[in-house]
Design a protein around this ligand. Structure first.
Ligand SMILES: [Zn+2]
Length: 201
């Protein structure tokens, strides 16, 4: 009786789904079977949007936020009417969205692409820090707002940035405490974000 299993193609699909964050073997199997057997499923459409997103979604050369297609800059960097004396530093590109939705901030962003974490082998050279310094040097009287997490790695990242930005002639502020640690901004509500930006110091 050994060797009876899903067909190879279904096994390959389960294998790919299992690589997604938060998806265990059981869920991967359930998703795959749903895709293959449910009348509501449309595997061709799914394949098409996954491929298109993979080809078209990139990072803004300037700030690291999402940029699409042939655009080298994101909609924030190419927008006019924003306050160019404010530069908000976040860990991940996804952190920009809750801040934008809250309406608490109208400056520009710089996404580091992570946070300092010696245990995971993430050092300053792995983050977009050179790009940040370059942007700070482009303009005088700038305020850099550090909106990194309040967990250990976030603190280490903020301290490091305060050090390297110290000699650059810009003012450096941090969001008021009260943001949850970890993926701090992603889950912060609008009121919390307004208070955090108003109370930056
Ligand atoms: Zn950008």
């Amino acid at each position: 009786m050994a060797g009876i299993d899903y067909p190879e193609e279904a096994k390959a699909l389960i294998g790919e789904l299992k690589k997604l964050p938060g998806v265990g073997p059981r869920s991967a199997e359930r998703m795959a079977i749903w895709l293959l057997q449910s009348p509501k499923a449309n595997p061709e459409d799914l394949a098409r949007v996954v491929q298109r997103a993979g080809e078209e979604v990139g990072s803004c050369e300037r700030c690291g936020f999402f940029a699409s297609g042939s655009e080298s800059e994101c909609p924030v960097c190419s927008a006019t009417g924003r306050d160019d004396r404010l530069l908000c530093v976040v860990e991940q590109a996804t952190d920009v969205l809750p801040i934008e939705r809250s309406g608490a901030y109208r400056g520009y962003y710089h996404c580091l692409g992570g946070k300092l974490s010696p245990l995971d082998g993430v050092g300053p050279e792995d983050l977009r820090i050179d790009g940040l310094l370059k942007r700070v040097r482009e303009r005088s009287e700038m305020e850099v707002v550090l909106a990194v997490g309040s967990d250990v790695e976030g603190e280490a990242t903020a301290n490091y940035l305060m050090d390297v930005l110290g000699g650059e002639g810009c003012s450096v502020t941090r969001l008021a405490q009260g943001l949850p640690a970890g993926s701090a901004l992603e889950y912060a509500d609008e009121l919390t974000l307004h208070r955090a930006f108003e109370g930056r110091k």
